[in-house]
Design a protein. Structure first.
Length: 305
């Protein structure tokens, strides 16, 4: 019996086996035209009530919908995705997890409808999540260049606008990616802006070092970025190797002989009190809150764990 569209979506959350829903994905791909409206509806539902998806039984639907619509080159998904990226700090990360930093630039480029304005609005939205702005926003530009949709000259021109006033001058992942991309794309004319950003402490030197950015830019940029700037063509091949679908098997270790075990236990002293982890140094401080040490950085980038 053939599954309905909604039954197919439910099969993506294979809670019984916890494995990769390969057959369900293949069937969705085979029924592309029928499934597209339902996948778009998933994105709309997530935008209307993100809390219902974060950590819930349908959490994976949002991720699968984005990847599948990207493979289908469904440009109607571009604006709903941009709306999700603008929802606010942490929400895009909670919805898409590692896909934000790993693949969202490729996903957005794959559904791009030719209108740059939503992309710019995300990057320049101070209230949006910094990683959504940096990864779903800025990093989409090299993919569009690689796909022949934009030119290097137009991207360099927009990056100049960001340096010269369109981007708030506050330390964030957006500045990290902006400066790093200037090196990767060979934008030597923007190096004075990059140097100034480092002087003002807008970039994290642990993310990328100024000297390395300068060397890459002055060498004409690098082409390794093209390897990670690919439109989404095969969702099954992309997702099947994910570690979450291949939990590690606990290692089995051989037990020592009883007499050896007794000797080992006899040489150790054991406390009768259980080991208790120390209390957090800064209780109640969120990862994205300002660091209590007054460094001006976010807690996770400073004294956080």
């Amino acid at each position: 019996m053939t599954s309905t569209a909604l039954e197919l979506l439910d099969r993506l959350d294979d809670t019984e086996t916890g494995g990769f829903p390969k057959k369900a994905l293949q069937e969705i791909i085979a029924r592309k035209e029928e499934m597209i409206p339902h996948l778009l509806a998933v994105l709309e539902s997530v935008h209307a009530d993100p809390a219902a998806f974060i950590g819930g039984p349908k959490a994976v639907h949002c991720i699968y919908a984005a990847y599948l619509l990207a493979q289908f080159r469904e440009t109607r998904a571009y604006r709903p995705l941009m709306a999700l990226m603008n929802l606010g700090e942490r929400i895009p990360q909670d919805l898409f997890e590692d896909s934000i930093t790993e693949d969202m630039h490729n996903i957005v480029a794959s559904v791009y409808d030719g209108d740059e304005e939503p992309l710019r609005n995300l990057i320049e939205n101070h209230d949006a999540d910094e990683f959504a702005r940096a990864c779903a926003g800025l990093e989409t530009y090299p993919v569009l260049v690689h796909a022949g949709v934009m030119t290097m000259e137009s991207v360099e021109g927009y990056f100049r606008e960001l340096f010269e006033g369109k981007l708030e001058r506050e330390h964030s992942a957006v500045w990290n990616n902006l400066c790093s991309l200037c090196g990767e794309l060979g934008f030597t004319s923007l190096l004075p802006h990059v140097r100034k950003a480092f002087e003002e402490g807008l970039c994290d030197p642990f993310f990328d070092q100024l000297e390395d950015i300068e060397n890459r830019a002055e060498s004409g940029g690098v082409r390794d970025w093209a390897q990670k700037c690919q439109l989404v063509d095969d969702v099954v091949a992309m997702m099947e190797p994910w570690a979450c679908f291949h939990p590690e098997t606990p290692r089995k270790t051989a037990k020592p002989p009883p007499d050896e075990l007794a000797n080992l236990l006899g040489t150790r002293e054991f406390s009768s009190r259980p080991s208790v982890p120390p209390p957090p140094k800064y209780p109640g401080v969120g990862r994205n809150d300002p660091c209590p040490c007054a460094s001006g950085r976010k807690f996770k980038k400073c004294c956080g764990p």
